[in-house]
Write a protein that binds this ligand. Structure first.
Ligand SMILES: [Cu+2]
Length: 133
């Protein structure tokens, strides 16, 4: 008797969790993701853009605070080869634009740290940009 009432309580609790899960409206910082507008650039000093997507809603988030940016050639085993990167006014709506000198062709790693309004924690993404000839 005792066991079966416990099992029933557990089943009810699981059922409640199953119901609450998909409908819970809590966004998680892990639901946000930076994406490159263009995955490639031409070698040299270039402006490029990223957007921040909320995967839960499918909407872009234009008002995050990007507090850390680094661009280096770690994907091509040149982690020490980093380049200065500066935020510039966005050329199109809902994106974050940056200017950097891609001094070498190959794969560059863009590391972005950002805070999203109303969310706890930080978005910490790494993106691959390929510099072409
Ligand atoms: Cu390099």
């Amino acid at each position: 008797m005792k066991t079966s009432s416990f099992m029933r309580a557990a089943a009810v609790a699981l059922f409640a969790l199953a119901i609450a899960g998909p409908t819970a409206a809590f966004a998680d910082i892990g639901d946000y993701e930076f994406q490159l507008v263009e995955p490639t650039v031409k070698k040299g000093e270039r402006v490029f853009a990223v957007r921040l997507l909320n995967r839960t809603t499918g909407k872009v988030v234009p008002d995050a605070v990007i507090f850390a940016v680094r661009l280096d050639m770690a994907p091509d085993d040149m982690e020490g080869m980093d380049t200065r990167i500066a935020a510039v006014p966005a050329g199109e709506p809902d994106v974050y634009s940056f200017k950097a000198n891609f001094s070498m062709t190959g794969r560059w790693r863009l590391s972005l740290g950002a805070k999203v309004q109303g969310e706890t924690g930080t978005v910490d993404n790494k993106l691959l940009i390929t510099a072409l000839k």
